[in-house]
Design a protein around this ligand. Structure first.
Ligand code: COA
Length: 220
């Protein structure tokens, strides 16, 4: 569903849209598409983004201009896809490109603004886990199944199923062997299995889980 402007002004969490969206105190969704079954914790902000179902965002996290896949978990205190300010204009200040309506302080009128292109989107795949206090720079692509370590700064695209840490974030390993990663990429369980059919899968035994998922997909 498209949400133009939704803020939870209560002091406790609230459910919206037939209980498919949970917002913590002061969490906001602006001009974004949220598929549902999603929770956004206190003081977090999602702007100009699209988010698929079955996931959540921790407290004090800012997401902007970002497309996020299914079953992806974003921790607290993260910054994802936020814009740069100009570095080669007179000033880096937003008075040059945002009017008073969009800016939080006094600004110039539209006819005096310069166009600042901040349209580059950031992509977070399916089944991604982003650790506490990570920064994902605008325009990067985090592949399906990736893990980003706590406090990492992602400056370049990350390959599917890699685990990356540090500043700048570098791959330290893959989550599984190459053959299992390939199988999971091919299966795309997040798209090909309905949520209710995931019950009974042996999640903690990846080989068995893959067999079970293959059987389920074959039957449908
Ligand atoms: C990324 C992470 C998942 C890796 O866990 P792991 O697979 O058990 O990895 P290890 O602890 O074996 O670490 C492997 C190496 O990476 C380093 N490392 C791990 N996490 C790191 C991080 N966030 N930043 C920098 N280096 C990190 C370790 O020091 C270790 O280095 P070494 O080989 O030189 O000793 C984990 O460290 C992490 O950051 N978890 C996030 C926790 C979090 O934010 N939770 C919020 C709740 S949702």
């Amino acid at each position: 569903m498209k949400i133009q402007d939704l803020t939870n002004n209560d002091l406790s969490s609230r459910k919206y849209e037939n209980e498919k969206i949970v917002l913590g105190p002061n969490a906001e969704i602006i001009n974004s598409f949220i598929e549902g079954y999603y929770s956004i914790d206190a003081w977090s902000s999602v702007r100009h983004s699209s988010i698929k179902k079955h996931g959540g965002i921790g407290a004090f996290t800012y997401v902007s201009g970002c497309d996020i896949g299914k079953y992806s978990s974003i921790s607290a205190r993260c910054c994802i896809g936020r814009s740069n300010h100009p570095s080669n204009w007179l000033s880096t200040s937003e008075f040059q490109f945002r009017n008073s309506h969009d800016s939080r302080f006094e600004s110039l009128e539209d006819e005096d603004l310069k166009k600042w292109d901040s349209t580059k989107r950031t992509t977070i795949g399916n089944d991604v886990w982003i650790g506490d206090s990570a920064v994902i720079l605008k325009g990067t692509k985090i592949g399906d199944g990736c893990i980003v370590g706590a406090g990492s700064i992602v400056t370049k695209d990350l390959e599917s199923y890699s685990i990356a840490v540090g500043n700048p974030a570098k791959k330290i390993k893959y989550r599984f062997s190459q053959s299992i990663c390939e199988k999971l990429k091919e299966l795309r369980w997040w798209d090909n299995i309905e949520f209710k059919n995931l019950a009974g899968i042996e999640f903690d035994n990846i080989e068995k889980a893959i067999d079970q998922i293959e059987n389920l997909i074959r039957k449908t």
